[in-house]
Design a binder for this molecule. Structure first.
Ligand SMILES: Cc1cc2nc3c(=O)[nH]c(=O)nc-3n(C[C@H](O)[C@H](O)[C@H](O)COP(=O)(O)OP(=O)(O)OC[C@H]3O[C@@H](n4cnc5c(N)ncnc54)[C@H](O)[C@@H]3O)c2cc1C
Length: 508
């Protein structure tokens, strides 16, 4: 029996992200993946601003940007537009790129950080007790293997074996069957935006990949096909014409597929020592392009917390994964489900009302900005407790610092202390930088959210750091970085235990 700190089941985007995060924090991690090779099928095509920021904070974003098309927003019916260019982000757009590019990048990230990815290895069962977990799998030659670990993460997608093994029900319902996908070339493509429209009994999306190919997604209420049926390309093209009024000069087709879409979420993202991330924890309609993005962000949230607890932090830190990410998953189910239902309204009058109401809302700049922030993930915040600075729980913006940008300063993976422009220096085990603008000091978590904000001279940041990470030694092991600057005379020589961070509720 092999032993590691964490076994991750599934090498999709969520699994590779958490494996990379754990490995870069110095934890031993193995990813067990049933497929021999990476899937060539690209389901997702939209990478949102928050995911691009996260990738930037690991030095990965430029490579991904080079693979896709920058899309400034979504064009809906009647020239209504969801404009992403208003986002307060270095990435005020949606990157349209095949999911295979994201999968390739994240798998390499995990391997480079030191994670072992064992392909052709199918997990069959998971057991746990107070001391650890045992993950049973069939190796490529069919022999049974068992991995022992402190924790296991189920990143094994919608049909998760891990979820079944820990007895979590996937509550929800079927939403749509037989949605058709095709990658096509178009002689007269729509310009710049992702186009979304609906006919009487159908809808379609058209998104550019940036290399001359376009992803078409279409659904026809009268289509009774099952998932295994081949796509009739002529029929698919007609659905696009019915929904959008044009086929945009449809020419070549390189790939087609069908999928179904459910709306489901588990109640508990944590069951003892086993966690669920990504599609294993939540699935929903692809409208809004949030599934993969949400899964990557689940993993960024859980990765550093698992590393911290393995390094000696309080076990209750792990409960904040549920507190912070479950409400986000719930919100995504609601918004993506609402979007698809809105597309599918049938009666003339309901459509008229929809067009007027949504059109009017998206023409009010603050409302439009809020909606864009919600879909892009930029608007996600995890809440703060009474008495805390209102920045706590929000995503740290990409501020200019004396050492570069904030997202660059997060690249070592640990906590980052950002001091005010003119405050005295402090001693901190981890990365320290300084603002060049006027604003409060901030302690930023490895996933880019603010853990503390205020006056650095009061030294409260030290207690907050200890609350999340345990004593500074384990923090040091996690960040791999240590900065030493002169301690100001006002910093207390010892800090109190602080309140536990646990139980903060998430909001988005
Ligand atoms: C048509 C369509 C369009 C979409 N568009 C978007 C979009 O634009 N943006 C977006 O964010 N999301 C989109 N999504 C959703 C996105 O594709 C998924 O949310 C994402 O792939 C989930 O990632 P994951 O890592 O959680 O799971 P997966 O990608 O499903 O990976 C799970 C992995 O676990 C492995 N596995 C399963 N069982 C076992 C086992 N027993 N043992 C070992 N390994 C196992 C699988 O082989 C797989 O590699 C779309 C989905 C569809 C269907």
């Amino acid at each position: 029996m092999d032993t590691v700190d964490v076994v991750v089941v599934g090498a999709g985007p969520a699994g590779c992200t958490i494996a990379g995060e754990l490995a870069r924090a110095g934890r031993s991690v193995v990813v067990l993946e049933k497929h021999d090779a990476m899937s060539p099928l690209s389901r997702a095509f939209g990478v949102h601003a928050r995911t691009l920021e996260i990738l930037d904070s690991r030095g990965l974003v430029d490579e991904l940007l080079a693979t896709g098309a920058v899309v400034s927003g979504l064009k809906l019916w009647d020239d209504t537009k969801l404009d992403m260019s208003v986002l307060p982000s270095p990435y005020p757009f949606l990157l349209s790129t095949p999911q295979t590019d994201v999968d390739t990048l994240l798998e390499r990230y995990a391997r480079d950080a030191g994670a072992r990815i064992l392909r052709g290895t199918t997990v069959t069962a998971v057991e746990q007790d107070d001391d650890g977990v045992r993950v049973h799998a069939a190796a490529p030659d069919g022999t049974a293997t068992t991995w022992a670990a402190s924790y296991a993460v189920g990143a094994d997608g919608v049909h998760s074996v891990v979820r079944d093994a820990i007895g979590q029900k996937f509550h929800g319902r079927d939403l749509l069957r037989s949605i058709m996908l095709a990658d096509v070339t178009l002689d007269d493509p729509p310009a710049g935006l992702i186009n979304v429209d609906a006919g009487k009994d159908c809808f379609a999306f058209v998104a550019p990949f940036g290399d001359g190919w376009y992803r078409v997604v279409a659904w026809d209420r009268n289509d009774r096909s099952v998932d295994a049926d081949p796509i009739d390309v002529a029929a698919l093209r007609q659905v696009v014409v019915r929904a959008m009024g044009t086929d945009y000069g449809w020419r070549d087709v390189r790939w087609t597929s069908r999928f179904r879409c459910d709306e489901r979420q588990v109640e508990k993202y944590r069951t003892g020592r086993v966690f669920l991330v990504g599609d294993a924890a939540h699935v929903h309609s692809p409208a809004g392009g949030q599934g993969m993005n949400t899964g990557i962000q689940d993993s960024m949230n859980l990765g550093w917390k698992l590393a911290a607890v393995l390094g000696g932090a309080d076990d209750a830190v792990l409960d904040t994964y549920q507190a912070e990410r479950h409400p986000v998953g719930k919100l995504v189910l609601r918004t993506s489900g609402g979007t698809i239902r809105m597309l599918l309204v049938q009666s003339w009058s309901a459509k008229k009302i929809r067009n007027i109401v949504v059109g009017a809302a998206l023409r009010i700049p603050p409302v439009a900005a809020r909606i864009a922030a919600m879909f892009s993930g930029i608007g996600i915040a995890y809440g703060h407790r009474r008495g805390e600075n209102s920045l706590v729980g929000t995503r740290a913006p990409d501020l200019p610092l004396t050492t570069g940008r904030l997202l660059e300063a997060l690249r070592d993976g640990g906590f980052l202390l950002v001091l005010e422009k003119n405050s005295p220096a402090v001693e901190f085990v981890g990365s320290v930088s300084r603002r060049v603008d006027d604003g409060p000091a901030m302690l930023v978590r490895p996933d880019g959210y603010v853990a503390w904000a205020g006056d650095s001279a009061a030294g409260e940041w030290a207690a907050v750091r200890t609350r999340w990470l345990g004593d500074p030694q384990s923090f040091s092991a996690m960040s791999g970085a240590s900065s030493r600057v002169a301690m100001p005379p006002s910093l207390p020589s010892s800090v109190g235990p602080g309140r536990p961070p646990f139980g903060s509720s998430a909001s988005a």
